[in-house]
Design a protein around this ligand. Sequence first.
Ligand code: CUA
Length: 155
Amino acid sequence: MKMHRFEEIWLVLAAGVIILSMVVTGYQTFALGMGPPSNKETIDPQKVDETAPFDEPGVYQIGENEYEVVMTLQIFSFNPGDIEIPAGSTVHFTMTSKDVVHGFQVAGTNLNAMVMPGHIQKITQKFDKPGEYLVLCNEYCGSGHQLMSTTITVK
Ligand code: CUA
């Protein structure tokens, strides 16, 4: 097969760019530890209600100004909802879904997580500023998706 000289050059350049970007991304992820935060714990999505800690969802104080929120997400609610915590608290969210993929986004913060059935999602946030924060599901999860919201009140 006879290829035009320019075609060869562009092929080599394009392949080079792809390989270079994979090498750079791989280096950042594995050598520099810059991969996205991810939690590898799994759970049987059929048995969420019987599996600790999700058998008792709620807000737990685990230290001075430190809380753990054990939360289940299901169509179309967050359990617990309407959370209240004191200003200056660090909150560790431990979440899972009982049915389909949901989102956990807290407006006004950079908290934004995908919560999948079968997986335990963990994410930590410090709440310094008092106020009412809107919590939204940002993954389309069914006919009531737009109703799936709650609040975190920091006071
Ligand atoms: Cu849950 Cu959208």
